[in-house]
Design a protein around this ligand. Structure first.
Ligand code: GRF
Length: 190
């Protein structure tokens, strides 16, 4: 099995918040069956809670201020180059990259979104899903292109919406599935 002996792909994970997907990706990356090695965590927020997982696991981290997007992207490209990063996982990263940035990593940037895309792109997914009385929601791992949550779908997991479902209960239920789906999706494409 090549994956057991082959060199792992240098990966960066981008976050803005809690980092529960980062946590699950770090766990997954440590398995000998995983094709990725997480070499870098990037956050656009100094106070992103998820940065603690980089600290605990001694993964280098960078905080990048996105007030000036062009400069921020240039800086990131430089860092990714120095660290020889070949694969990028967005995990709750709240910035939309420019076309120019995305084109530097064709087919190498993926994202996780808490809905059954192409339905409910963008923010506040769970509120909109519940308002529309949907029977199901879920999560999607997809390639990133320059339109929000619109790249080719890699994998999806459906969850059932129960009676009296709340934003909080739905979000918890979907996050639990996200933590399993993201590694599966990476395994599928690498
Ligand atoms: C997840 O629901 C993910 O699908 C969305 O942002 C959330 C990030 O959660 N893109 P966490 O920071 O990984 O806990």
């Amino acid at each position: 099995m090549e994956k057991l002996t082959g060199k792992k792909i240098n990966t960066a994970v981008f976050i803005s918040g809690k980092g529960s997907n980062l946590k699950s990706l770090i766990k997954y990356s440590k398995s000998k069956y995983s094709p990725i090695k997480i070499k870098l965590v990037i956050s656009n927020k100094t106070n992103a809670k998820g940065l603690k997982y980089a600290n605990i696991n001694k993964i280098p981290k960078k905080i990048i201020n996105f007030k000036k997007k062009f400069q921020a992207e240039t800086r990131i490209l430089n860092i990714l180059n120095i660290k020889k990063i070949n694969f990028i996982c967005l995990a709750g990263f709240m910035i939309v990259f420019s076309k120019k940035f995305i084109n530097k990593f064709p087919g190498k940037i993926i994202n996780i979104h808490p809905s059954l895309l192409p339905k409910y792109k963008g923010l506040n997914t769970h509120i909109r899903v519940l308002k529309n009385n949907e029977k199901f929601s879920g999560c999607t791992v997809h390639y990133v292109n320059s339109n929000i949550d619109s790249g080719k779908i890699i994998l999806q997991k459906k969850v059932k919406i129960i009676k009296n479902e709340t934003v909080s209960s739905l979000s918890k239920k979907i996050l639990k599935e996200e933590h399993k789906l993201y590694p599966k999706a990476i395994n599928k494409i690498l």
